[in-house]
Design a protein around this ligand. Structure first.
Ligand SMILES: Cc1ncc(COP(=O)(O)O)c(C=O)c1O
Length: 435
């Protein structure tokens, strides 16, 4: 009998033994191909001696020093390197231990920014339905995922409003954007007006949809349009790059593919590639300057935030991505993976759409209205697991029109042969689902 309080206390889980590259093995000797990098985490691959060496070295020197008293070389170096990769905003980075902490931090940073600016009335946060920004209560209130929110609805803080999902292939939107706002952006502006523009602190957005909207990419012009609306109404524009950040889209950050200039960028997951818990919020110089020249104190903090061990791993991960030219591999293998998905779509009518960026590809399934949302994706995920393939099933949430879907997102180091192996395991899983 185990004393572990599992995510699902009615399930039994295989025990992980070890992992290497894109493969994991359990203690019974079964092999799994990691087709989702865990949960889009292990970007540079499993079992790396170079990262283990960095961890051992950092732990021997100093693993922890509280950030109310110390900074560390590791934290300084990582912030510097992120600033270089984030581009023109001259970003300053606040380190935390994961994606939900990053969202909470960004909420509070946005709120305090407006206080520092003399705008106490700006309290509300806007975000999108069919989104996911984390599981702590603030992050869950930002998240537009009904199923995840429902048990905790009564506890969710007030002051969070949601906009709709843009209609990605709306030709009218594309032509409307040439002269002004498309219908989707007009709807956003209507929500802003309804809430009261002067009451809104920030708008949060996943540049590429994640677990609630598998690799959904809004139509060209939509995200820049959102940013323009934010600027117009004095709202901070926050992009959530917890899944997409640090290379997953084929660029360092997905917002760069849309030429955006966000005020705050959240990241986690692949930042330390699963070797240490690490997340971050990067703020533009102008946001940072508001704190520096204002109260001089961000009224927030977590014990493990900015710890040298996590930062040292993050720094090594950035170096690996560069040394091994992994952004190029993400782009190349991403094209191949997308082609594979298209082939699958021709073979299996249950696949409604395939989409994505880089090594973050989504498969949208035709939902069965008789079944609970997510149940087909979950079944397929379980079949694939039996076939030795790990994928990431999801759904838009109970009342969302967006149904079951999967994310396929292998580590950046995946080779062509391994990608073909992934494809055959996935195809076998779809064939079994059809039985
Ligand atoms: C886009 C996005 N933001 C935030 C989070 C929350 O991150 P964490 O699970 O590390 O708290 C997730 C997790 O899946 C995510 O996908």
């Amino acid at each position: 009998m185990s004393q572990v309080f599992y995510r699902s206390p009615i399930r039994s889980y295989p025990t992980i033994s070890h992992a290497q590259g894109v493969f994991l093995w359990d203690t019974a000797g079964k092999e799994y191909l990691d087709g989702s990098s865990g949960a889009l985490v292990v970007n540079v691959g499993h079992g790396r001696d170079d990262i283990a060496a960095v961890m051992a070295d950092q732990a021997r020197r100093v693993a922890f020093a509280h950030t109310t008293r110390f900074t560390s070389m590791a934290q300084e170096q990582l912030a510097q390197n992120l600033a270089e990769r984030l581009g023109s905003g001259d970003y300053y980075t606040y380190f935390v231990s994961g994606g939900s902490e990053a969202t909470e931090t960004a909420i509070k940073m946005a709120r305090q920014y407006h206080l520092e600016q003399g705008h106490p009335e700006r309290t509300k946060i806007l975000s999108r339905w069919a989104s996911y920004h984390g599981n702590t209560l603030g992050a869950l209130a930002v998240s537009g995922h009904i199923a995840r929110r429902r048990p905790y609805d009564a506890l969710l803080p007030k002051g969070f409003a949601h906009i709709g999902v843009p209609r990605a292939e709306n030709a009218q939107c594309l032509s409307a954007l040439k002269t002004g706002l498309c219908a989707c952006l007009q709807e956003v502006e209507a929500v802003i007006q309804q809430e009261g523009p002067h009451t809104i602190a920030a708008l949060f957005m996943e540049v590429v949809g994640g677990s609630a909207l598998s690799a959904f990419v809004p139509h060209t012009g939509y995200l820049p349009g959102l940013q323009t609306l934010c600027r117009q109404y004095g709202i901070l524009f926050v992009v959530d790059e917890v899944m997409t950040g640090v290379g997953r889209s084929g660029d360092w950050f997905a917002f760069q593919q849309e030429s955006l200039a966000p005020d705050l960028v959240t990241m986690a997951k692949g930042l330390a590639s699963g070797y240490a818990p690490l997340g971050a919020v990067s703020a533009t110089q102008s946001v940072w300057e508001t704190f520096r020249s204002g109260s001089g104190n961000f009224q927030h903090g977590f014990t493990y935030g900015g710890n040298p061990l996590g930062a040292a791993v993050g720094q090594r991960v950035l170096e690996i991505i560069e040394e091994e030219h992994l952004l190029e591999n993400v782009r190349q293998q991403g094209v191949r993976l997308h082609r594979h998905m298209k082939t699958l779509q021709q073979k299996f009518p249950i696949i409604r759409a395939v989409r994505g960026r880089g090594l973050m590809q989504g498969i949208v399934l035709k939902s069965d209205p008789m079944l609970a949302p997510g149940s087909i994706a979950t079944r397929l995920g379980n079949i694939a697991f039996d076939q030795g393939l790990i994928i990431y099933p999801g759904s838009g949430g109970s009342t969302s029109p967006v149904g079951d879907h999967l994310l396929i997102a292998p580590p950046f180091i995946i080779s062509e042969a391994e990608l073909d192996d992934l494809q055959s395991r996935l195809e076998a899983s779809f064939a079994l689902l059809a039985l």
